[in-house]
Design a protein around this ligand. Sequence first.
Ligand code: ZN
Length: 409
Amino acid sequence: MRSPLLIAAIICLLGPAAGLDAQAPAPGPSPAPPDPIKVLVGRLDLEKYKATVKGLTQFGDRRQGTDRNRAAVDWIEAQLKSYSCPTDRIKYEYQPPPQTAGRGGAPGAGGGRGRGPDEAQGGGRLRGIRARIGVNTDPNAQPDVRLRELNMQPMTPGPREAVYCTKVGTTHPDEMYIVSAHMDGHGWGEAANDDGSGTALVMELARVFSGSDVQTERTIRFVLWNNEETGSQAARAYIAQRGPMQGKEDPPGSRKYPEPKWLGMIQHDMMMFDHGMPRADGTVASEQRPEADVNIEFQTNSKMAAESQKLAWIFEQANEKYATDYPASVGSHMTNTDSGPFQDLIPAISLRENERGTQIGAGWDPQWHQPTDVYVTYSDADFRLGLNAAQTTLGAIATLTVATVNVRN
Ligand SMILES: [Zn+2]
């Protein structure tokens, strides 16, 4: 390995006249074929990611149980179909509990029950300066009249739907990873970050993996949950309805598996905003902090903690290998998102802009559930953190499902 460098150094010293053309081709084995996963990660693009977030924001806050939410489900399904990713829906009923205010019942373990003053939801410890958090329920807090009107229809109890699409594996069609985000929001904004950013990430991965020249040995299901903000009712319905179907070939002998065995669940919820701890006056810096990272969390107080932690480190390694800008870090207090209902059943992790309990829960994201969670709030540095999470998950899932690409010229 040393001599070509020496030759190059000598050529440099001799100047351009010596030219690299004078070099004979180096003997030895032919160069390694390009890493197919790198090829796939290269098909992610900041502008496409932004355009998908933007597309989701045309439906306002996409609150569950409204026409704007149903229109968003239809739009997402149309996009997935246009990527050649075959779609289906999970159907369930949602009846809000009596006197619900904001979030009805916190999903996931470790939250809520007898927490001390410094204990975060999910079990972490709150440190440093905290800012006020909550869900905006006041229409007049939205200064944009058009958006206020768009978000005006209240939710009504009743039937609900959530859409998903599936990339079927070649040699292990009966085994599957679930890659997901929630498409509903609230707060009288556009739910651009919570969770348009995760929804767009999952849609972008569906697009890339559905490329006609892409194969995976195992199956991947891309799920856009509904009703996360009311307690993950779509995720719970999915587990109840489809859990018992896992791994069953139907019809027998067909090599078709309507519900492959679940190998892991990876949730994406709030991907873009990592501006650091609030300042003493409660405000947060206007720029993405240079130290911004992707937070990969598992829940240490879950039955699958060991397996989930192993999965988290696979994602951390994929980030090191494939993400272009921002690093990832692993934490042990996953909470308050759709991976919660899965955490005692299968390996389950979440990817986020910050730790959910100790950081988002301490007011690090001032747009969270607020009228300011709109597309124009975010800079390219913010969108890029979401793109880096997409690169991380794409790299990890392509590795775990053994993705290959037939590169054609
Ligand atoms: Zn969310």
